[in-house]
Design a protein. Structure first.
Length: 181
């Protein structure tokens, strides 16, 4: 066994990536404090061809060297937009036909492992602040909440880890939208 060299990975260029099919998922980062978390979400979004990332509230935006440190150029390939007011974004996404999910633990959260998304529906997933989570205002606007089952002693995961698990799971469910271009 030998590790592949970067030129053997057959990755597409940023230009081809921009034109390539994406899974019908957008990510909303609301009031995320950590620049490393933001960069990590960009990198994961690139890996699994997410349509777009929306940065809201106090969430920093590229270009920033601490975002770039973990994004490794994904801020160039993944479409993104900054909006101060996340509630206006959620209203707009609903009008565009997106089902809106918060990643949050509630008394009626849907287990991400088991939940089946409708194949004809676009999905928006909101990740909230690292300490306070998704705001109550947004909780009242979402269609439902997604939860990652956990079996240890801790009650939460880092946002970049949560985003990786959620995005991977959505990719598995929606990968038929992507062809090997």
């Amino acid at each position: 066994m030998r590790k592949l060299k970067i030129d053997e990975l057959n990755r597409i260029s940023v230009d081809k990536y921009k034109k390539a099919a994406k899974i019908p998922v957008v990510i909303v980062l609301d009031n995320i404090r950590s620049l490393n978390n933001i960069g990590s979400v960009f990198r994961t979004a690139d890996a699994f061809r997410i349509e777009k990332i929306f940065l809201c509230g106090i969430t920093a935006r590229p270009p920033h060297r601490d975002i770039q440190k973990t994004a490794l150029g994904a801020t160039e390939s993944v479409d993104w937009e900054y909006l101060q007011e996340v509630s206006k974004l959620v209203e707009w996404l609903k009008k565009q036909g997106y089902s809106i999910y918060a990643v949050e633990q509630t008394d009626s959260s849907l287990n991400i492992e088991e939940y089946q998304f409708e194949n004809d529906k676009k999905v928006a997933v909101i990740f909230g602040n690292e300490v306070k989570g998704v705001s109550e205002v947004l909780m009242n606007m979402v269609d439902s909440c997604l939860e990652i089952p956990q079996y240890g002693t801790k009650h939460s995961l880092n946002i970049s880890v949560s985003a990786g698990i959620i995005i991977w799971n959505l990719y598995i469910k929606f990968r038929s939208f992507i062809t090997n271009d």
